[in-house]
Design a binder for this molecule. Structure first.
Ligand code: HDE
Length: 699
């Protein structure tokens, strides 16, 4: 159930002062003058020209004309929510002075924005892409922004290449095609010529690029940051978000279909789950590396194309974040929120990662144009809850009224205020740096393949199959054969088997093995096969019904799913209700035609001879079953409902003779025996079942 107390925090109280509703109000101009007609402009006679003096008309149109602001140059498509973060205990105090990470009595309000990277604001959610995972902590020591992604590495090592990378991945400049896709010549041309992209491309071709929901993906700060304790001692740190529901993905064919059936899929799931009180939750964790171990790894900690394997440095749990409130206004909050890697609080500092250093410049710079001047930090969503006092003045959209005569430091006229004090102030970490100005990448950044191989080696067989299929799809869309060849040649440095399989799929001669390439190390933490599979929370289940349905079975299945936090929906040929086998009515949630199997995590067909007969004759219902099978989803069938399997062309599955049986994630029951609902819940918690001949099914 929604916890109303969770919403009463310092940030929400601050936002309340800006929230305006229409209740009981009359329509006015922006000047507060009441308006008696907003449907007819002022004209000379009923059929004459419109008059310039119609200030209401002019104001209304002018405001409308100026409603749009530039979308983000990357991460334009996003969805956000408020919540709070709380540390478990004070154990991190040894490493950081940041109160919000070390005082377990402090609950810090947050705003999180999830996003895709390449697409425009109106593009589909479920495209193959990296997901942004940006968190603004409104701490009592100022705002801290953790502007992360759902993948722990990045495409490039130095921020100076970022415009090149983005120009390559965005739609091609002549035709502005394709939208929100990486499968095109310019991206892969960039990739083949920049081998440092290899590790990230392995992640992008994996199922990580197709998250089932934002609540089922990890988040990473990517760069190595620095924690600084009260004595000024630094410790290297990598930030991790681990989702309570585990890390789960969708099928590539499925995501492409969802992009048409419901382009708002991820945004909608986030919104609906918060409205339903199923609050998304993550655990914040840190990997800590003492400064003296800076050079103890076979990669450079400053290189953002590298992870620290969790087996080498475990992720230490720090606290919990829960998102429990949707925004009131998308534009005011989700669109105008401005994250910046430079927004740090005492106890957190930067490192010399050249990608991070570039970001420290870029975010403020882009926000100055996107949000129209330097006062965007005063926008309600961006305002810190910590007091803000300084000598910054004026500029577009200044909404504070500074009463002091003195806008300078030092002053005596305002009693020296605002005062510069040492206690509680941010103090930059004092790192000793000595060197010549030089444009040269360190040799310690040179290995572009070792961790790409580590990732590949760590994948389960089905994950490897998906990666090969993704490379084949992407390169298969490239029209330039040289691009295909270049990428395949590069992949030979990762794994010869991978390169060969990709080559065979895209009509390119398989490359020769690269001497010395590859190794046999792996990191089990990288595989989604090892994600927790103990919850069905948030999973949606389509229960197909027609007249004659076994209403007892429908109720029992529904109860078991709702108990576990899943969302069953009853779909029939038409909206309204169906007549159950016992003569009663079963309410229909939606018509089959308004939804699609790709919008559910499982499909269930209850028993009842007439029910099964009707569903078997309905091509759409049969398609739900076939397509769910193709996408590895659990399917539950009872008694006569089992007949839909054959009709859907699914022949390899063993079904129950009597009692309950699960085979390849298909749960069947004949008669009364066994725990059908329990078996279905188990199959649903397992998420997807890839041990099927999915290609044999027409869907
Ligand atoms: Fe960003 N990035 N980025 N980025 N980034 C932006 O800032 C940039 C990078 C990330 O929901 C922009 O306000 C540079 C890594 C997220 O509002 C821009 C470089 C990571 C978001 C920008 C990077 C990210 C952004 C566009 C290479 C993961 C969306 C609009 C040096 C750790 C935040 C804006 C939101 C947004 C620049 C690389 C994550 C242009 C120059 C690495 C989640 O400033």
């Amino acid at each position: 159930m929604p916890d109303p107390t969770a919403r009463d925090d310092a940030k929400q109280r601050q936002l309340d002062r800006h929230r305006i509703g229409p209740e009981g109000a009359n329509l006015t101009t922006d000047q507060g003058v009441q308006v008696d007609d907003t449907d007819n402009s002022l004209s000379v006679g009923e059929r004459g020209p419109t008059l310039l003096e119609d200030f209401h008309f002019r104001e209304k149109i002018t405001h409308f004309d100026h409603e749009r602001i530039p979308e983000r140059v990357v991460h334009a498509r996003g969805a956000g929510a408020y919540g709070h973060f709380q540390p478990y205990d004070a154990s991190l105090a040894e490493f950081t002075a940041a109160r919000f990470l070390t005082d377990p009595s402090v609950s810090t309000p947050v705003f999180v924005r999830f996003s895709t990277v390449a697409g425009s604001r109106g593009s589909a959610d479920t495209v193959r892409d990296v997901r942004g995972f940006a968190t603004k902590f409104y701490t009592d020591q100022g705002n801290f922004d953790l502007v992360g992604n759902n993948m722990p590495v990045f495409f490039i090592q130095d921020g100076i290449k970022f415009p090149d990378f983005v120009h390559a991945v965005k739609p091609e400049p002549d035709s502005e095609i394709p939208q929100a896709q990486s499968a095109h010549d310019t991206l892969w041309d960039f990739v083949r010529l920049q081998p440092e992209t290899t590790h990230m491309m392995m992640w992008l071709m994996s199922d990580r690029a197709l998250p089932r929901s934002y609540a089922m993906m990890q988040g990473f700060g990517v760069h190595t940051f620095r924690l600084v304790n009260a004595e000024g001692r630094g410790t290297f740190v990598k930030f991790h978000w681990k989702p309570k529901l585990g890390t789960h993905s969708m099928d590539w064919d499925e995501t492409q279909k969802v992009a048409g059936k419901d382009p708002d899929f991820n945004r909608r799931v986030l919104w609906d789950s918060i409205e339903a009180g199923l609050y998304p939750e993550w655990e914040l964790g840190v990997q800590l590396v003492p400064e003296e171990d800076e050079h103890a790894f076979d990669f450079d900690l400053l290189d953002p194309t590298k992870i620290i394997p969790e087996e080498q440095v475990p992720v230490r749990p720090v606290g919990r974040m829960v998102l429990d409130r949707n925004p009131d206004n998308f534009f005011a909050e989700t669109e105008q929120v401005a994250f910046h890697t430079a927004n740090v609080v005492p106890g957190i500092d930067f490192t010399n990662d050249p990608l991070l250093q570039a970001r420290l410049f870029s975010y403020l710079d882009t926000q100055l144009i996107r949000l129209g001047g330097p006062n965007f930090t005063q926008l309600p969503v961006n305002r810190p809850v910590a007091p803000v006092r300084n000598h910054h003045r004026d500029g577009y959209h200044q909404s504070d009224i500074h009463t002091a005569k003195s806008a300078y430091h030092k002053n005596a006229l305002s009693g020296g205020c605002p005062a510069v004090v040492s206690e509680g102030a941010f103090k930059h970490y004092q790192e000793r740096i000595d060197g010549n100005a030089i444009r040269k990448r360190s040799a310690s950044f040179a290995d572009h393949y070792g961790q790409a191989t580590l990732f590949w080696n760590s994948m389960a067989d089905w994950e490897k199959e998906h990666i090969v299929a993704a490379f084949r799809f992407e390169l298969g869309k490239c029209t330039d054969m040289g691009v295909r060849e270049g990428v395949v040649a590069n992949l030979a440095n990762v794994d010869h088997g991978l390169a060969t399989q990709v080559a065979e799929g895209v009509g390119v001669t398989p490359p020769d093995p690269v001497p010395g390439a590859g190794h046999d190390r792996s990191s089990p933490a990288l595989s989604q096969a090892n994600a927790p599979r103990d919850s069905i929370e948030g999973r949606k289940v389509a229960v197909l019904v027609a007249d004659g349905v076994d209403s007892g079975a429908v109720a029992a299945i529904g109860d078991a799913l709702v108990d576990g936090g899943a969302i069953p929906e009853l779909l029939a040929a038409k909206d309204g209700y169906v007549q159950a086998d016992d003569g009663g009515r079963v309410e229909v949630t939606r018509a089959l035609s308004t939804m699609s199997s790709v919008l559910y995590d499982a499909v269930v067909v209850p028993g009842g001879a007439r029910n099964a007969q009707a569903l078997k004759a309905d091509g759409l219902a049969v398609h739900y079953v076939a397509e769910a099978y193709k996408h590895g989803k659990p399917i539950g069938l009872l008694d006569a409902g089992i007949e839909l399997l054959n009709r859907a062309g699914i022949t390899e599955v063993r079904t129950a003779e009597s009692g309950t049986l699960t085979d390849r994630g298909v749960v069947t029951r004949r008669g009364a025996g066994g725990d059908f609902a329990g078996a279905l819940v188990e199959a649903l918690a397992a998420h997807r079942h890839w041990n099927r001949d999915r290609d044999a099914v027409v869907a």
